[in-house]
Design a protein around this ligand. Structure first.
Ligand SMILES: [Zn+2]
Ligand SMILES: [Zn+2]
Length: 330
């Protein structure tokens, strides 16, 4: 099969991946083999190929927003031909303290798709059957792919921030994940304040109904109940904190931050303001979000790249040149 391979020993500059012919994955117990029909590109993929996160395997197929059809390893719940989604959380051990306490997103021995195991920048991918989610009909492949990480983890961020209907919510950074989260916030009648660097992202926020949109050095004109940061920048977390009312929460939806600048406790954190990180996802997050996505008809804007063009897909995410989400098709 054709696959995009990231070699971890290389210098982290473009081209990030090489397109190669490699053997199809062999079916393993408890797994399904998928024919990949689309795979979303996430900022986490960029952190991997740019060397911010370090995969253990020397040659890795990235990609953790996989839409695929079951071709081998079918189960009664997932017969051959079933269209499923596979996300970042590719498996857990099920018996660590966190798994036993309903926090499988924090599992001590997690499997991460496209990071600790091969992912979906390929024609075929292997996935654990118990971490594959049947996808609703009515949502085509390329529009389903960004729901699988950007969507699910964006939704989890709203939960971690504790967003209530009607609240004032800030979104700092407006890529794929924020573009989906705002559609849920709209349905909850929230006022949404967007701060983002890319002009295409600001246009996208306006078209999706943001109450107010500003550039990266601007702050919302009102105090926020909740804020979610999507940009991989500690400075942005402090900006979000600066915008918060007393008792408000900043949820940090970023697997990696450049660094956290020092900030003033008395004015920024005092008053029971909170900063919380958002780590991974549970299967329940996935099921709940996919149900909401279907009922609200949540659709990402997508730009599609061929697998052979995977490097340009990654560059599009890096430089924020496209509105919405970037998706690779094999
Ligand atoms: Zn566990
Ligand atoms: Zn992701």
């Amino acid at each position: 099969m054709k696959a995009a391979i990231f070699v971890s020993a290389r210098t982290p500059t473009s081209p990030f991946v090489e397109i190669e012919d490699v053997p199809r994955p062999q079916l393993e117990a408890g797994h399904i083999l998928l024919r990949v029909v689309a795979c979303g590109v996430c900022r986490t993929d960029l952190h991997i190929v740019e060397g911010d996160l370090h995969p253990v395997q020397p040659r890795l197929i990235p990609g953790h927003q996989i839409v695929g059809e079951v071709v081998e390893g079918a189960t009664p719940e997932l017969p051959v031909g079933t269209r499923v989604g596979v996300s970042w959380m590719g498996g857990v051990d099920g018996d660590c303290w966190f798994c036993q306490h309903g926090m499988e997103n924090l599992c001590d021995k997690p499997i991460f798709t496209g990071f600790t195991v091969n992912g979906g920048y390929a024609e075929y991918a292997l996935a654990r059957a118990d971490f594959a989610f049947p996808l609703p009909a009515g949502l085509d492949d390329v529009h389903a792919a960004p729901l699988l990480c950007a969507g699910i983890i964006g939704f989890r961020s709203l939960r971690v921030a504790g967003v209530e209907p009607g609240e004032r919510v800030g979104l700092f950074g407006f890529g794929s994940s924020a573009g989906l989260a705002i559609q849920i916030l709209q349905s909850w009648k929230c006022e949404v304040y967007v701060v983002t660097r890319g002009e295409s992202h600001r246009n996208s926020a306006i078209s999706l109904g943001a109450t107010w949109v500003g550039k990266e050095d601007e702050l919302p004109p009102v105090k926020l109940d909740r804020a979610i940061t999507f940009a991989p920048s500690g400075k942005v977390v402090v900006s979000a904190l600066t915008s918060l009312r007393k008792g408000g929460v900043v949820a940090v939806n970023a697997i990696h931050l450049d660094e956290m600048p020092a900030f003033d406790y008395d004015t920024l954190l005092w008053g029971e303001r909170q900063i919380r990180s958002v780590a991974n996802m549970t299967r329940q997050d996935a099921r709940d979000f996919l149900k909401i996505a279907r009922s609200l008809n949540i659709r990402p804007k997508v730009t599609v790249f061929q697998l052979a063009d995977a490097n340009n897909a990654l560059l599009a995410v890096k430089h924020e040149t496209e509105e919405g989400s970037v998706v690779i098709v094999p």
